[in-house]
Design a protein around this ligand. Sequence first.
Ligand code: F6P
Length: 325
Amino acid sequence: IKKIAVLTSGGDAPGMNPCIRAVVRTAIYHKLDVVGIRQGYQGLIDNNMYDMSPRSVSNILDLGGTILKTARCLPFRTDEGMEIAYNNLKAQGIEALVVIGGDGTFTGALRFSKKYPDIAVMGVPGTIDNDLCGTDYTLGFDTATNTVIEALDKIRDTADAHDRLFFIEVMGRDSGCIALRAGISCGAEAILLPEKETAIHELIASLKAGEHNKKSSSIVIVAEGDKHGGAYDVAQMVKEEIKNYDVKVTILGHLQRGGSPSAFDRILGSRLGYAAVLGLINGETQKMAGLKGNSVRLTSLEEALMVHEYKLEEDLMQMVEILSI
Ligand code: F6P
C-alpha cells in the first residue's frame, strides 16, 4: 500500500489524539502518504480530507477530543452513503483506512470493507465505555474514570459537610466499567450497574445500615445503563425511606469525555496506532488492534463486535460492600 487515511468516529475519547499522531508518523516513517478525514464517516462522504505530515500532529499528545473531529454519521449506514465514500477514497488513491472509535464505528467499517474489500480497514478501540471484545482497555476509559474520580472526591467533601446522600450518574452506555472502577476508588456506598440487577429494597437496606453505622455521607453511583432508569429515578425510589440524609442528584454528563489523556491513554493510543499501521503494511484487514495482557494483538472486527460479555466481577462487588461498612 502507498496511501492510507485515518479518521475518528462516534463519541470522542481522550487518547484519540496520541493515536492519530502514532498512525501518521508510523505511516510516514514507512513511506506511506497519509490523509486525515475530518468528522468521521461524514468527512468521507463530504470529501472533507487533507494531506497530513509529521508536523500536522505536533504537540497534540496532551489534547483531549480529536483534532480530526468526530461525528455519528447516519448516511454512512446506507448503501448510497457508502458508495459516495468509496468513490471519494478511490479518487484520492487511498487504499487503506484506520478507524478509531467504538462499536458503531467498527460496525460501519466492517460493512464497508465487506462491500468494498479493495479498501483495507483497521480499527483502534476508542471509547470511554470499555465495551469491546478483543482488548482489555479502550482509549479514553482510563482518563474518563480518573475524571469521574476527581468529581466524586469533590462531591464527597460537600456530601460529608452536609450529611447528604448523593446519587451520581456516570456514563458508559451498557457497560458499568467506569461506574465500578470509580466506585471502588472513591469508596462509594453502593454502585448500580447494568450487569447486575440490584433490588431497590436491598439498596435501601444497605443505606439504612450506613445510617445506623453513623456514616456522615453516602454516595451511590448509578451507571447510565442501569435498569432502574437514571440517578433521578433511583433517588426518587429511595428518598422516602431514608430520613436522616438530605438527598441530592448529580449527573456528570459529557465532562467525562473531555480532558487531557492520562499517561495510560497516551501510551495505549501510541501503541495501538503504531500497531494498526504495521498491520495494514503486513496486509491485514478487517481487524482491530487491541491490548490483551501487556501485548498488542490484532482481533477480527467481527470478534471485537461480539456482544460484550462483560463478566460482572462479583468479587469486586463483594469487596465494595465490605469496604463500605
Ligand atoms: O459511547 C460514549 C458515550 O459517552 C456513552 O458513554 C454515552 O452513552 C454516549 O456516548 C453519549 O453520546 P452523545 O455524546 O452522542 O450524547
